[in-house]
Structure formats: structure tokens, C-alpha cells
Design a protein around this ligand. Structure first.
Ligand code: BGC
Length: 726
């Protein structure tokens, strides 16, 4: 307990006292609940009373004062969902994708710190957070848990969130390492992608998140990379993570992602999570036997334990043990609301339809659809938070039935979605107390049209549910919602659509509506944030962290590889034959793909409107070893607001990339000077043979603007040849 010693020295001291059996305890995790459907139950009777009632548990060693690891999911708040801790609620942050849309790492840090505080109060010291898989497949059922399609943005936002969590003296993971970019066939698929492309895209996002956030643990993913499961992949777990990135923390497995003992251990997996989720307890008796036989060297077991213990010291688990207590509900709700207010994106605002005037006399507002009388939608799966104000009523039935696409009939899953308080309807009424506000649920289109006809403004709430384990089949709003919006817009030209979606959706009705607000899954503070944006108390400043395509045909895969109309997954977990998913776009993810293929999306990456206007001017560039961009951002409108200045570079070879951004807050007429330097990896190409980044000599085209396609200012700068070692 001598805090003057380094975490490594402290780990060494404790390890000297440990028996081999005790070391084996620390590398073998359990599910944190005694029984859950679909998991077998290998949990010893003595352990049951100690279980935290959550995703995972690794028993401590009381004799040596080593605390247990108590793990909870935490992508968007402390997950307490399913049947785990009935009655337990936590503040639901917005989806991670909304947080990415803030383009503001300090907002991500505050959200992380909020998660960390609540985790401590609920008795958890490991957060299964830090999802940083790239949104290369917008139909991925977990798009909402991740932080967009660009490696720099994703790495900065995930890194800041991890740092925020760990500021509370607990461990956060980064996950899912690596390439778990779709849910379809996630436990059997093998991602085929050239190493150079991988380093410039998915792996770069992790690399940056690790540098910025220093997560105590990395969670390896379900899928394979180049035919080898991620959790037994020496290239990922040792060559990249340890040799190239110098990572000091420990690698834990995703729940059910382990398939071997020797292979996994020797590749670099340090801890098996929730062994009951795997086919057998690979890090139990088989590991003990392997160490006895010498097929796993004793030194490797010591290294695994060292990494776990040194991380527990480094992150504060010994010095500041978690203590259960109440959470600060109001303080945390304020964090969640502020987060939502910065990440909601105004996509369309024809003839300044927004903001609405809260004081307008005899104003009639028709609120339609999207469960707006009850709450805001959230995404499903292991990240599910049961938010403050949760009741049984907040479970809603969605989806089901069939849909015909191109002559093929697809089966749609029937889901139960969870809503978060508060209700947008109530917040709108609060915001405009003099208005007459009606509500219709949108199921009956004729009724909605009648309400819209009588109103001055119609606000349609539309939802797209996403959940872990299954991808959406297309980007259309499900059910009758497109027809509903068309009909309401035809009845009232003053129609505003508020989207609550996991990721991008297509908008066939876009030309007919006056306004569109993308609210994502906005969490417990979401309804208040939406209302404040609709009525102008908050000037929207979110920007799209993913491209919104016009149609699925614009995507690299018009249909997700392996997705079948009957929704049955090809193969089963443990199938020896890998099932290939070829991401032929390589590092040309999202906006890079669109530019490369000369495709015009519905809305580009980085896009978003404001109630004021901005100018980007006086771009000055300096080249040589990297690119320095200096410029001014000016608020040219009559309201205060924030914008995101974005700098994109097209090198002589390879795709365009975002090399820097800054969120700037400006009063009317105010101007600010911004200086950005490109991280050299962002302007380089990765050469796998030489294992280094190569910066090519030549002229680089630099674009400054408010999105990936905006060319408010363009310049060219000469950069010298150079290399960067990973
Ligand atoms: C998910 C992980 C999660 C784990 C524990 C898995 O199914 O992929 O993200 O942390 O479950 O709940």
C-alpha cells in the first residue's frame, strides 16, 4: 500500500506472496449473476452471495487484500438492464454516437466521469465501456454504441470518455478489439482486410483511443481477423497491441469469445471473462493443467497476473476502493442533458421554420408518433440502461412482421424497446405553456393527418430501434413511419420531423418537410434537450459522425454479408471454417468511400445546421514535416452559437481524411483564431512490410469547412517524405 512505489513494483510485491492457485483465480472471470438464460451456470456456491448482479465478476483474494473485479456494461450509463438488478435505475446518457456528434471531447469526458461516479456508488470497479469499432456498416445493430466512422473523431471521443470513467479511480475497457463492425454472424465471421487498410482505419481508432484514454483493459471481440479469432490472435493481441503500441494493461475476452486455452493464452489473452459464456471454462482446470505440463509457461501466467494487478494499482482500485452509496440524480441528469444538447443535429430548417416561438399566442402544435407521450427511445442489448424514472410502461413493442425488398421477403424481429423519461410531449408543453398541444400516436395515419391539419405546426417523432446481436436490414424508418410523415407533411407544410435513431436513416420525404432534427437515442436528458432546441433555448451544434446515404445501394455492401432473409445466422459459434466478410472498401470508410466513388450522400459526414451562420476564413497553411492549418471562424449571424471547424486533407495518394476539428463557441459578430496540426499518421499510409507509416512527398490539398464536402476554403501545401514508427 506504499503509494510512492510504481504500480509495477506494487504488483511485484503482492505477486511474490501468491500461490499458483491464487494466480489462477485472477485470470478466470464469471458472469456477475448466478443464472441467466442461455448461459450455463458454473458458478461455485460460495461465490454466489458475492456476485455483483451485473455482466461480470472476478473474485478477489481477501488473504492478500486484492479486491474482486466487479464489472458492468457502461457504454451509455451504468447498465443495469435485463433481469440483473430489478428496480435499480441509473442515469441514461445519450447514445455514444450522439456523444460523437458533439465533436467535443470534453463533453465525452464529463459523461465518462458521470458513469464513473455512478459505477462507484453501485459498487462496480470495471466498466465495460469504450466501444470504438468504426461505423463502416451503418446497419450494424450497435452503431449507437460506437462513435462514428472516422478514426480520429472516434479515437478522441472514446479516449475522452474512457479517461472520464477512469478519473473516478476505476478501470474502463476499450472494446471490441477488433473489427467487430457488424452483428450479423459476429461469432463466426472472419474479417478479411489488408493490414495497411486495417491500420489506417479500425486499428487507428483504437490506437488513438488508447493514447488519449489509457484504458486499463482491452476487450477482444467475438469475430476472427484473417481466420483467427480475435481472442487468440497473436497479431492483434501481441504484435500490434504490445510490440507496436506498448500497451501495459490487460486483455479480457468478450462474453463467449474464447475458444481455446494454450492458443489464447500464448497469443496474449490475459483473462477469460464470464467463463460460463464460453463452451468450457478454458482458463479454469485446462489452464491449470497446461501450466503444470508446461504448454503454458509459468512465466506467462505470472505476466497475465502482473498485468491485471499493476492495472488495478495504476487505476486506483487498491487505494480508493469503491463504496456503495446514493447517486447524485440531479447532478447526473444535468450532465446527460448537456451532452444531448451538444450532440443533437439540425439537418434541415427551411425558411427558418425553427426555432418555434414559445410565447406565440394561440399556437396549435400537433405532436405525433414516436412514443413522444411516454419517453425517448434507447438502443438494446448488453448496454441497456434502465434510466431514471423507469417503469414497466417504458417497455414498448416494436418491429415484427415481414418486409419485401427487391422481391425477397425478409423476416423482421419483434423487439421490446426501452424508453427513457422524460416525455417530449411534456417537455414541449412546459416550454410553450400558452400553446395548445395535442398528441396522436401515429398508428392511425388518418387521425394524425386530421390533427396536423388543425395545427400551426406538426412535430412528428420517428424512431428506428437498434439492438446488439442483430443488424437492421435497411436504413428505412420501420413500419408505417415514412407513410405517416408523407401524409402529415402533405396536410401541413409546417412539419418538423424529430428522429430518434441508432444511426443514419433514409428520408424519402425530405423535400416535403420544413425541418428535420436528428436526436439519436438522447437518453434521460433527451426530451428536455429536444424541446430546448425546438424552441431555440439551445442553438443546435451537433454534427454528423456518420454519413447519411441516399440509399443502401451507395454503401460498399448493398446487403450485409451473411444476412439472410430468414435472419438465421450462417454457421454457429465455434465453427471451424471461418466465414469471410470482405470489407473491400478497406480504409475508405464512410465519407472516404463516398468521395472515392463520387457519390453524393443525403447528408455528408460532419454536417449540421445552426440557428446562426458561420464563416471560415483566412486559411494559412504550413507544410514540411506535417500540416499546420491556421484560420479564423466567424459568427456571421445574430445569435450566439457553436460550430465545428473541420480540416480535411487529400494526400497525393490514398483517400481524403479528417485531420483536425475544433468546436468553437461564438457570439454574434465574434471571430476566433484556430490553429490545428495534423497528426502525421493521419496524412500517411501504413506500409505493412516495413511496419511503419510512410508520409509521401508531394502537394496535399487541404479543405476547411463545416463538413466532409464543404470547401469553404481550400489550399495546397507541400509535405516532405517521412516515416512514423508505430
Ligand atoms: C457484448 C459486450 C459486453 C458483454 C458483457 C457481450 O455480449 O458484446 O459488449 O460488454 O456482452 O455484457
Amino acid at each position: 500500500m506504499n503509494t510512492a512505489l510504481s504500480p509495477d513494483a506494487r504488483a511485484d510485491l503482492i505477486q511474490k506472496e501468491m500461490t499458483r492457485d491464487e494466480m489462477l483465480v485472477l485470470v478466470d472471470g464469471y458472469l456477475g449473476v448466478a443464472y441467466q438464460k442461455g448461459f450455463h451456470d458454473p458458478i461455485p456456491a460460495w461465490m454466489k452471495p458475492l456476485l455483483p448482479g451485473s455482466a461480470g465478476f472476478v473474485p478477489g483474494i481477501p488473504r492478500l487484500g486484492i479486491p474482486a473485479l466487479t464489472e458492468s456494461d457502461a457504454s451509455l450509463g451504468v447498465a443495469n438492464g435485463g433481469n440483473m438488478r430489478p428496480g435499480d435505475t441509473a442515469v441514461a446518457l445519450p447514445s455514444s454516437l450522439l456523444t460523437a456528434a458533439t465533436f467535443n471531447p470534453s463533453v465525452a469526458f464529463e459523461g465518462g466521469a458521470m458513469i464513473g461516479r455512478e459505477a462507484r456508488a453501485k459498487g462496480f470497479n470495471v466498466m465495460l465501456a469504450g466501444g470504438v469499432n468504426l461505423a463502416r456498416e451503418p446497419r450494424n445493430g450497435r452503431t449507437f454504441e460506437y462513435v462514428g466512422e472516422d478514426p480520429w473523431l472516434a479515437g478522441l471521443i472514446a479516449g475522452a470518455s474512457i479517461k472520464g470513467i477512469q478519473s473516478q479511480s476505476i478501470i474502463s475497457t476499450a472494446k471490441h478489439f477488433a473489427f467487430n463492425d457488424q452483428e450479423t454472424a459476429r461469432t463466426v465471421m472472419s474479417v478479411a482486410m489488408e493490414e495497411g487498410d486495417a491500420r489506417e482505419s479500425d486499428l487507428l481508432a483504437f490506437e488513438i483511443a488508447l493514447e488519449k484514454g489509457d484504458p486499463g483493459a482491452i476487450m477482444c471481440s467475438y469475430n476472427r481477423y484473417k481466420n483467427v479469432y480475435a481472442c487468440e490472435n497473436p497479431y492483434l493481441l501481441t504484435d500490434v497491441l504490445r510490440s507496436d503500441w506498448g500497451y501495459q494493461g490487460f486483455v479480457l475476452s468478450d462474453w463467449g469469445a474464447v475458444h481455446s486455452t494454450e492458443k489464447a493464452v500464448n497469443a496474449g489473452l490475459d483473462q477469460e471473462s464470464s467463463n460460463g459464456s464460453d463452451a468450457i471454462d478454458f482458463f479454469g482446470t485446462p489452464l491449470r493443467d497446461a501450466v503444470a505440463k508446461g504448454t503454458v509457461p509459468e512465466a506467462r501466467l505470472r505476466q497475465m497476473v502482473h498485468r491485471i494487478l499493476r492495472t488495478m494499482f495504476a487505476k486506483g482500485l487498491f487505494d480508493r476502493p469503491v463504496v456503495k452509496g446514493p447517486i447524485d440524480v440531479y447532478g447526473d441528469l444535468a450532465v446527460a442533458q448537456k451532452n444531448a444538447e451538444e450532440g443533437i443535429v439540425l439537418l434541415k430548417n427551411e425558411k427558418a421554420a425553427l426555432p418555434l416561438d414559445p410565447g406565440k399566442k394561440r399556437q396549435k402544435i400537433a405532436v405525433i408518433g414516436g412514443f413522444a407521450d411516454k419517453g425517448v427511445l434507447s438502443g438494446g442489448g448488453s448496454s441497456q440502461v434502465h434510466g431514471i424514472g423507469h417503469t414497466k410502461d417504458m417497455h414498448v413493442s416494436l418491429g415484427g412482421g415481414t418486409k419485401v425488398i427487391g422481391g425477397t421477403t425478409w423476416t423482421l424481429p419483434r423487439d421490446t424497446g426501452v424508453l427513457h423519461a422524460t416525455a417530449p410531449l411534456a417537455e414541449i408543453k412546459k416550454m410553450a405553456p400558452k400553446a395548445r398541444v395535442s398528441f396522436t400516436d401515429g398508428d392511425d395515419i388518418a387521425q394524425a393527418v386530421a390533427a396536423a391539419k388543425k395545427a400551426d405546426v406538426a412535430i412528428v417523432f420517428a424512431t428506428q430501434y437498434m439492438t446488439e446481436g442483430v443488424d437492421v436490414i435497411d436504413l428505412a424508418l420501420p413500419g408505417n413511419q415514412n407513410a405517416l410523415i408523407e401524409a402529415v407533411a402533405a396536410a401541413n407544410p409546417n412539419t418538423i420531423v424529430v428522429l430518434e435513431t441508432g444511426g443514419p436513416v433514409t428520408m424519402p420525404w425530405l423535400d416535403r418537410v420544413a425541418g428535420v432534427v436528428e436526436a439519436w437515442y438522447p437518453g434521460n436528458g433527451g426530451a428536455a434537450a429536444i424541446a430546448r432546441i425546438l424552441f431555440g433555448e439551445v442553438n443546435p451544434s451537433g454534427r454528423l459522425p456518420v454519413t447519411f446515404p441516399l440509399a443502401e445501394s451507395q454503401l460498399p455492401h448493398p446487403i450485409i454479408t451473411g444476412q439472410r432473409p430468414d435472419r438465421k445466422i450462417v454457421g454457429t459459434s465455434g465453427t471451424p471454417t471461418a466465414y469471410d466478410v470482405i470489407y473491400q472498401e478497406g480504409s475508405r470508410v464512410g465519407y472516404r468511400w463516398f468521395e472515392d466513388q463520387k457519390l453524393t450522400p443525403q447528408f455528408p459526414f460532419g454536417y449540421g445546421l445552426s440557428y446562426t451562420s458561420f464563416a471560415f476564413e483566412n486559411l494559412k497553411l504550413v507544410g514540411a514535416s506535417t500540416i499546420k492549418a491556421e484560420f479564423d471562424v466567424k459568427n456571421t449571424g445574430i445569435r450566439a452559437g457553436k460550430t465545428v471547424a473541420q480540416v480535411y486533407v487529400k494526400p497525393p495518394f490514398g483517400p481524403v481524411r479528417l485531420v483536425g476539428f475544433e468546436k468553437v463557441e461564438l457570439s454574434p459578430g465574434e471571430s476566433k483564431h484556430v490553429t490545428l496540426y495534423a497528426d502525421r499518421r493521419l496524412i500517411a499510409m501504413f506500409n505493412a512490410d516495413a511496419n511503419q507509416w510512410n508520409v509521401a512527398e508531394g502537394d496535399y490539398v487541404v479543405r476547411l469547412g463545416g463538413s466532409a464536402t464543404d470547401k469553404a476554403a481550400v489550399g495546397t501545401v507541400h509535405v516532405n517524405a517521412g516515416t512514423v514508427r508505430p
